[in-house]
Design a protein around this ligand. Structure first.
Ligand code: PLP
Length: 391
């Protein structure tokens, strides 16, 4: 155990990105050094590289609950996986001209929807309830009203951690009306068990850097592999679905991290200890800061995430002070960090703009411990009181 405050910042921003998980770098290193051959090469020397890519594919297939490894396509991360899913759903010329998503999607999904809107699709962002959960009746009404090609929904919200309650039921509702379903599961690996095949979702996206693999690698699960509609036309890699020489070392890292995340997500003891740490942090802050609250608290949330509202103190002011005290967290989606506008997710939940502006997301990593949690709470409370005194 490192003495408090002696090194580096206290990092509670794992939903933004994570460091490499134990063993991942070691798994990758041979593929950055001696095992450099092109996996598509016909040479004998390339065989171990090809095998390593396929081992990683099996690891990711297990993580997401695929039936078989060829349902997995490697990509450059969550954003690409999401865009690829939209492409596979829509590029083959769909008579259904509507895309439905939630109003609490990540900007990657909103961006993919916008791309297809510019190509003539109608895009509808459905409102959610105060916890960020779907109104299922509204979903069904929308699906029944006019033919929808694709529904895209976030599985675990990156800001609140709120989880889509019953993905299988959700997929059934979507399919009943002839639409297909993409699920953004980028924030789910290692935090809840994934069952893409059983849920019958058509596509499911994950991103390595959220669960201990390097940045710039991810995967897309396809219920029905679609070589006829390549996302990137090229050398026929990924069974013709995504051209381009594979990012072998990162793919191997993704496979190694996937195995760990799969074990972790299926370890109820670990998950409840993780949740207890998160709850301890929330409890301490709620007791010490009058009027503090937790977004999405009434819903099921992934165990590592809390989105706290700190009354009267804009995150814009809080964050640099917290960082100065050694605590790194965020005001919401890291991708929105340069814009000091209140979180669109919170506004979609009906949170008043001034409350949304004073909200902080803290997200724990698998190794976060109680000493760190207590330290984080202590820093937060101290900074809040200091600001409040000056008010
Ligand atoms: N979807 C969600 C829910 C995310 O949290 C993120 C990243 O923050 C993404 C998609 C985009 O993933 P990537 O950074 O790998 O492109």
């Amino acid at each position: 155990m490192v003495p408090l405050g002696s090194i580096g910042p206290l990092y509670l921003d794992y939903n933004a990105t994570s460091p490499l998980a134990p063993g991942v770098l070691e798994a990758m290193l041979p593929f950055l050094r001696e095992e450099y051959h092109n996996p598509s090469s016909a040479s004998e020397a390339a065989r171990p590289i090809r095998q390593a890519v396929e081992v990683a594919r099996r690891g990711v297939a297990e993580l997401v609950g695929a039936r078989q490894p060829n349902q997995i396509v490697f990509t450059s991360g969550g954003t690409e996986s999401i865009h690829a899913a939209f492409h596979m759903a829509l590029a083959t010329g769909n008579e259904r001209r509507k895309i439905v998503l939630s109003s609490v999607e990540h900007s990657a999904s909103k961006g993919a929807a916008q791309t297809w809107q510019e190509r003539g699709y109608e895009v509808l962002a459905l409102p959610v309830d105060s916890q960020g959960l779907p109104h299922l009746d509204l979903l069904e009404e929308t699906l029944a009203a006019s033919p929808v090609a694709l529904v895209s929904w976030i599985l675990a919200n990156n800001e609140t951690g709120v989880v889509l309650p019953d993905p299988q039921d959700f997929a059934e509702r979507v399919h009943r009306h002839g639409a297909r379903l993409h699920v953004d599961a980028v924030q789910a690996p290692g935090k809840l068990p994934l069952h893409a095949q059983d849920w019958q979702v058509d596509w499911l996206s994950v991103s390595g850097h959220k669960f201990g693999a390097p940045k710039g690698v991810g995967a897309l699960y396809e219920r029905v592999p679609s070589p006829s509609s390549p996302w990137l036309q090229g050398g026929g890699q990924e069974s013709g679905r995504r051209g381009g020489t594979e990012n072998v070392a990162s793919v191997v890292g993704l496979g190694a991290a996937a195995l760990r995340a799969h074990l972790q997500a299926n370890d109820p003891t670990f998950l409840s200890q993780w949740e207890a740490l998160r709850d301890r942090l929330e409890q301490t802050v709620l007791e010490a800061i009058p009027g503090a609250g937790i977004h999405g608290q009434a819903a099921q949330r992934v165990p590592n995430t809390t989105f706290l509202s700190i009354p009267g103190q804009p995150a814009e002011l809080l964050l640099p002070l917290l960082e100065g005290e050694g605590l790194l967290c965020s005001a919401g989606s890291a991708c929105d960090a340069n814009h000091w506008a209140p979180s669109p997710v919170l506004l979609a939940l009906g949170v008043p703009p001034e409350v949304a502006a004073g909200s902080l997301r803290l997200s724990l990593g698998p190794q976060t411990n109680q000493v760190e949690i207590d330290r984080a709470a202590e820093i937060l409370i101290r900074v809040f009181r200091w600001l409040a005194q000056g008010a």
